[in-house]
Ligand binder design. Sequence first.
Ligand code: ZN
Length: 625
Amino acid sequence: MKNVALRAAAFCAVAFAAVLACLMPAAAAQPIRLVVDVSQAPSQNIVRTHETIPVRPGPLTLYYPKWIPGEHQPVGPIVNVADLTIRADGRTIPWRRNPLDMFAFETDVPKGVRSIDVHFTYLGATFGRYSSSRLATPNMLVITWNQNLLYPSTGTIQDTIFAPSIVLPGENWKYATALYDPRRDGNTVTFARTSLEHLVDSPLDSCVNFRQWVLWHGGGTDPGTVTLNACADVPSELDAKPATIDHFKALVREMLAMYGARHWHDYHFLLTLSDVIPGEGVEHHESSDDGEGGNYLIDPKALERGGDLLSHEFNHSWDGKYRMPAGLYPKNLQLPYDDSLLWVYEGMTQYYGDVMSFRDGIRKAKDWPDQIASFWAHYDNEPGRKWRSLGDTATSGPFIYQAPFGYGAERRGEDFYTEAALMWLRADSIIRARSHGTKSLDTFARAFFGQRNTGPIVVTYDRADVIAGLNAVVPYDWAGFFHKWIDDIAIHPPDGFTADGWKLVYTEKPSHWVKKNDFWYSLGFSAVHGSVGDVRFGSPAWKASLGIDTKLVAVDGRAYSDGLLYDALKEAHTSHAPIVLLVEHGNAYRTISIAYGGGPRYPHLQRIPGKPDVLDEVIKPRRKM
Ligand SMILES: [Zn+2]
């Protein structure tokens, strides 16, 4: 329980010239009363919203949030809004949707009316790959408030003030959120009034099977806690071993050791463990909406597979939330984003999400070089790099997350995550070399994203600020470096790993990251259970006319299996005979012959004798475990 008045004073006291906003509301503002009733979500997948909005008589436009922070796209799930009713003095007043802005509802407030009541139902139906596919299972629910509110068009995210509350399904339902000052009365929890910005930034998890671990707490003049709050469909999925929780404790220590300051008072990991609702990872200042499968905390393999989820989202509290590209911080939730700096926001977070998963011990150091190999090889074999720059993938953020899977290598996807992470690895290596090992990318991260404890505020930046920040760490042609990596169209990443003491090789041995049933680097296609999802243009499979949406039926006259194809690859390596596949496409069967004698092929990194191992330095914990 926090003292809101004191907290507001503390937040604003740390403001300095570059700070654009203080997330706490002005005390005098008249709030919008918001009641979100989730009592029917576990059984019927709907949520009911009731709002009382202070108004003046005359024309009024209400917005449904369109551009969603952290998702980088205009994916507010407007299609799921139903039963919209607006009442003034107990009488229903008509509304109409703006035909040129479908997220805007227009109405006329009658004379003498000071407030209106707005009701609508949110239909928890699946919508796209993001934003609304997670709502509830019979035992848990996830509320992201932007789905369950309207706000007046005259307001900004800072000066639109809400007094939020939630009606939970039952008294046995626990909850966790970063919202302040919760007061529970039966099934209803009321929170301190807060800005639209802070409300949308503070999702809420509620569930029957709940467990909380304290991962870190400050002390003395530096209070605050970090908690892991887990909701599970099955109680036994909460039986995490202490050693598992120790990894997350190490994560917090490592982050604080690197950044040296924080921008949250308390931080809440909101983790759902479910095989029913999809996984997730959406960042916020003082929490993250994290979703994994039911066995995440109890199966070491599952933990390792998703080993960068919490580290990635936690990193965003510094990189993405505290320091935010100016183009991602418009005054309301209707104005478009400029995603062109996502190679910093997401790319560097991808880098540190992975690096921290080794520093905190979830992943094993021996697996790090081959992870880098798998990333590098992926982009070496992505033909879309011949027509489209890495920067263009970031600029395309508003639609690229929704891209279909077919021909992803020709289209390019969200490469501003992992290809940009390779770029940041290269930048790390340059800083280490030019400073003779006295500095690293961590030095830049601390100076640019750490700075000093501030609470959850936003300080914006642009590309020139990033270049200046790097030059302050070590002078270098950083402008040219980014021009080469971000703006140029390059067939291969322009720099290898020689400086890090490693080189990329392909062998017939599968790796920890590229499994035996991955034929991308040999035949040139990817398939799941024999269904082809992508074919690399120009590859042996492409030349043999294999396309997407094709089912592999038989290999060399026998019913298809990945193992059989692997054997056929080895056989063809010595016989040099073509590999014959029977495939089904649409309602037609045909036989194709792939001329390929190169054998199985998987990427690895190999040490260069006599050169120091820089990669190993990168993932060394900064603090003793
Ligand atoms: Zn991210």
